[in-house]
Design a protein around this ligand. Structure first.
Ligand SMILES: CC(C)(COP(=O)(O)OP(=O)(O)OC[C@H]1O[C@@H](n2cnc3c(N)ncnc32)[C@H](O)[C@@H]1OP(=O)(O)O)[C@@H](O)C(=O)NCCC(=O)NCCS
Length: 161
């Protein structure tokens, strides 16, 4: 597989099932929340896919929280395609789209800290964003802390764009 054959494109409806499957495969072991077909269907225009021909080999999206907080979500590269800068290209493209849509910052909750720091993301205290804790951390199986005081190996990182 040559890197130049992989293209990054906005997601189409026909890609949704593959996105759901890619996320499901890693969601137990990685900082990626499982999403249903309907959840992605409602927001598929906020997703990108990496394509090897017609095959979806990577994805990334963003979620719009109240008060224009934008979270980068669902970053996954198919395990057979990792280490070829596809993840890097997906992050670069989603940042451009978030900026183009008029937002001036974005955040991510991740254990891939060094990957995001390359783009200038810097650590912030998750407690500055209680909505995230209330909605996601509270029910997350990886949360070893209390419902309102999450503990895991993920870090919240923010980037001004
Ligand atoms: C994280 C992931 C998307 C990276 O995709 P990828 O296409 O292999 O990444 P790249 O080839 O662009 O890697 C770029 C750099 O990030 C580093 N990196 C990759 N995954 C990393 C991780 N989990 N933590 C820290 N650094 C990571 C690579 O080592 C590489 O470093 P280098 O530039 O010094 O060589 C992929 O490993 C994956 O799908 N993992 C499972 C899901 C996951 O953890 N998603 C992140 C949730 S926020």
């Amino acid at each position: 597989m040559k890197k130049k054959n992989i293209i990054i494109k906005p997601s189409k409806v026909k890609n949704i099932k593959d996105i759901v499957d890619l996320i499901a495969e890693v969601s137990l072991n990685a900082s990626v929340i499982k999403r249903s077909y309907n959840q992605i269907f409602k927001k598929y225009k906020n997703y990108l896919v990496a394509l090897d021909g017609e095959k979806v080999v990577g994805t990334i999206g963003f979620k719009i929280w109240p008060n224009s907080h934008i979270e980068i979500i669902s970053l996954v590269v198919d395990k057979h395609y990792r280490g070829k800068r596809i993840g890097t290209r997906l992050i670069e493209e989603i940042i451009k789209i978030i900026k183009k849509r008029g937002y001036n910052s974005t955040f991510v909750l991740t254990d891939a800290v060094s990957l995001f720091k390359k783009f200038g993301f810097a650590g912030v205290d998750i407690k500055i964003f209680p909505q995230k804790i209330l909605n996601d951390c509270k029910y997350c199986p990886r949360n070893a802390g209390g419902p309102n005081d999450p503990k895991c190996n993920e870090k919240m990182l923010r980037l001004n764009i």
